[in-house]
Design a protein around this ligand. Sequence first.
Ligand SMILES: [Fe+2]
Length: 270
Amino acid sequence: MNDKPAKKPSKYQAHQPDADGFIEYSDTEHGTWQTLMQRQLGMIEGRVCQEYLDGLERLALPEDRIPQLKDVDRVLMEATGWQTAQVPALIPFNTFFELLASKRFPVATFIRTPEELDYLQEPDIFHEIFGHCPMLTNPSFAEFTETYGKLGLAASKEERVYLARLYWMTVEFGLVDTPAGRRIYGGGIISSPKETLHSLSDVPAHHPFGPVDALRTPYRIDILQPLYYVIDDLRTLHDLANRDIMALVHEAMRLGLFAPTFEPKQAANA
Ligand SMILES: [Fe+2]
């Protein structure tokens, strides 16, 4: 989600802000936000980490309408110096990394259609704001995300593909062990009602997080994840941001990818 541009053009179109930065949405779009909010608010209690809940409380997102980016920015800026950046539905890799490297989180200002309520491959505003922005108030998460942007900007095409796996297994689909139990911090899970239940069920594998392992793990963006990596504490992301991640990427490249634990896309669709 937002770690790679889709190859085919998006059916979605982002809404443009007016001169004051205000973005208008239709009643149907606000209604989709409200449905998603109500569904997820009822589901995240006891399933997401406390840092996420703290961030959500600070953001005080409206339940009945899509929030304005300016209101989100005020909170993020005060917490960690981050802000959002309004972008089209699909952006090039370079733009994505540039934005993260400068502490601006890209938000495509469109929302999924009611038919794609459960999960969509393209990151919409519900995914970016509800899924990621609460965690961006956490210094360790924010620091890792910024570092990822800087590394991605300087990386080669092949290195970027490896880096994307690390992002996927942490920022998007990461789990964390807490004194209260295993919890979700990945925005790809938190913005998907189905994946929220699936990720903590007995169905998928849970592995202790190791950066080289995560870098070597293939994934598909169009299925519920068969495997999640679990960090001990969100400080792990701070520690990781201060390691030589590119050396870990090169180690992963030398060792090669793990065999996928899922069906190849074509076979699965056949
Ligand atoms: Fe995302």
